[in-house]
Design a protein around this ligand. Structure first.
Ligand code: MG
Length: 261
């Protein structure tokens, strides 16, 4: 199935959906500090979404054999890469890093973005990882121009991560965004060789393509394992991870970030 191209009117609604997600990010960033339970951040996000006429995409989401996701945000701390479940019992500690992903439906369209944030003072190595992941996202956004293909976007992420000394999550990818939270194309953070187990479909970038780019960088090895809760993905070696994400549109004038406040 080819990527669904969006009209200017559709992009405008998606920008509004993205803006609501970005406002939720800002509110949560303000609340992140030692002693705060991840459940509080979830409540903040849900309130922002509903106050702005949006609904959470993740709440009740149950793809494949996953149990329904019970929250608005995914909150993934330290070695948790993605899909952490917010909880009253998960209390942030000084020196943690927390990755938060939020997606919302607004007037039939999706906005999807994620960020990773320090809790109090964090180590120099954790600061470097966060910075590197943002830099990789920026590189992939810059590669999202006409004349390039999805593989160029993926390679931009991989190259940046490699240059800065990090591995990328191989099994998890960015994705087309529109009326659905997950559309074509998949936007991986690396590109396969002929012999890889993963084989992504490559597409020429076209005006009106909209996708979420989401580098997930890992300080150690890229082997991952899913926890017994059916969702939380952690690094096998316990190493630190970071995740940043924007939804972007391909335009004549270059990439347009749809998830800004
Ligand atoms: Mg997301």
């Amino acid at each position: 199935m080819a990527p669904v191209l969006k009209t200017a009117d559709e992009l405008e609604i998606m920008r509004q959906a993205g803006r609501i997600v970005a406002i939720a990010h800002e509110e949560m960033r303000r609340a992140i500090k030692p002693g705060v339970a991840t459940k509080l951040l979830d409540t903040i996000a849900l309130t922002v979404l509903r106050d702005n006429g949006a609904e959470p995409c993740f709440l009740g989401y149950a793809p494949g054999d996953h149990p329904p996701f019970p929250a608005t945000i995914t909150a993934s701390v330290n070695n948790e890469l993605v899909h952490g479940i917010p909880s009253e019992k998960r209390v942030l500690q000084e020196g943690d890093v927390i990755g938060i992903d939020v997606a919302c439906f607004f007037q039939g369209y999706v906005g999807d973005a994620a960020f990773t944030h320090p809790v109090g003072e964090i180590s120099r190595s954790a600061q470097r990882l966060l910075k590197a992941t943002e830099t990789a996202l920026e590189a992939a956004i810059q590669a999202s121009v006409l004349g390039n293909r999805i593989s160029d976007v993926a390679k931009a992420t991989a190259k940046c991560a490699g240059r800065l000394g990090y591995s990328v999550a191989r099994e998890y990818t960015g994705h087309g965004v529109g009326r659905e939270m997950h559309e074509e194309p998949q936007v991986p953070n690396w590109w396969h060789s002929k012999r890889s187990k993963h084989q992504w479909t490559d597409y020429d970038l076209q005006v009106g393509m909209t996708y979420a780019i989401e580098p997930m960088l890992i300080a150690g090895r890229s082997d991952l394992v899913e926890q017994d809760d059916g969702w939380t993905v952690v690094t096998k070696d316990g190493s630190l991870t970071a995740h940043f994400e924007h939804t972007v549109a391909i335009t004549e004038d270059g990439p347009r970030i749809l998830t800004l406040p």
